[in-house]
Design a protein around this ligand. Structure first.
Ligand SMILES: O=P(O)(O)OC[C@H]1O[C@H](O[C@H]2O[C@H](CO)[C@@H](O)[C@H](O)[C@H]2O)[C@H](O)[C@@H](O)[C@@H]1O
Length: 283
């Protein structure tokens, strides 16, 4: 079977990417949600994966030789409702992980959840007068949305958020940034890269990881993917640890279909190889 063509910006890296992936018996494909499967929109509740991305994820998720995972900054319960198919979901930037029928929550994040709750409720009041400022309480982290806030009011929103977190977060919480958001979370080193490492540890040794994401919080996961597989950054021209890029969420479906056809080609080659037994390609 002829592989589908990948989008243009990835095509430049094609020989290297193909060499890493084409002989793999299995693939682990990890996907970010906002800005990757779903175009960025003003209202976070309205974010939806494109139909092509939804279908491509569902097709890949059906393959016995590919594990698919969603790794998102959203709350686990939220992102699970937005994409169907994958067997694994990580929410809150990897602080919660659903796999094998159970949910693991980072113990330190669990302890700090009460502080997040308090800060979110204080910010609801403190930021009430800032037009279109929205607080997303994700239980283990909280997000202050600035995308719809008028430019003149943005410094005030940032100042109020900083002051509130300094005063009531103690040494336990910190603020980080994303795309027109301030993320409030526990102050310790844990991110999407750690979640991807945990997920990859369940795969046979040497299984390449493909990670597709669009934001700074995806960089730790790109670094993990790049050791045996490939990181693909969606959009932007900022320096990245991902060695390949696609233009926008519209290009992601083509990458996923290309991975699907690479996996089909590898399965066909393995089946026609001398001495093939069906159990040679696990799961
Ligand atoms: O890791 P992700 O799945 O990409 O989640 C990162 C954050 O995504 C959401 O915010 C972003 O998308 C919104 C909808 O397009 C947009 O309005 C906002 O400006 C973006 O920053 C989500 O609401 C956050 O909770 C996630 O942390």
């Amino acid at each position: 079977m002829e592989s589908e063509s990948p989008p243009l910006r990835l095509a430049a890296r094609l020989p290297a990417v193909r060499a890493k992936l084409e002989d793999a018996a299995r693939l682990l494909v990890c996907l970010d949600f906002d800005g990757t499967l779903a175009p960025i929109v003003e209202d976070p509740d309205a974010a939806t994966a494109t139909a092509r991305n939804r279908n491509a994820v569902a097709r890949l998720a059906e393959r016995p030789d590919v594990t698919t995972a969603i790794v998102s900054g959203r709350a686990l319960t939220d992102v699970r409702e937005r994409v169907d198919g994958p067997s694994i979901y990580a929410g809150n930037h990897g602080l919660e992980l659903a796999r094998h029928g159970s949910i693991a929550v980072h113990p330190v994040a669990r302890k700090r959840a009460a502080r997040i709750e308090r800060i979110c409720s204080l910010l609801e009041t403190a930021l009430a007068s800032v037009p279109n400022c929205r607080i997303e309480n994700k239980r283990l982290t909280g997000t202050v949305h600035l995308r719809a806030v008028p430019a003149a009011a943005e410094p005030i929103a940032r100042r109020i958020t900083r002051r509130t977190v300094d005063r009531f977060g103690g040494d336990e919480l910190e603020i980080s940034t994303g795309k027109r958001i301030l993320e409030i979370g526990p102050d310790f080193r844990w991110g999407k890269g750690n979640a991807v490492e945990l997920i990859a540890a369940d795969e046979p040794p040497g299984t390449p990881v493909v990670y597709i994401g669009d934001d700074v919080t995806d960089e730790s996961a790109f670094r993990v993917a790049e050791s045996d597989g490939i990181g693909i950054r969606v959009g932007g021209d900022e320096p990245s640890s991902a060695s390949a890029r696609v233009e926008s969420p519209a290009g992601v479906a083509s990458v996923l279909s290309w991975l699907d056809s690479l996996a089909s080609d590898a399965a066909a080659r393995s089946e026609s190889a001398p001495g093939h037994r069906p159990e040679n390609r696990p799961r």
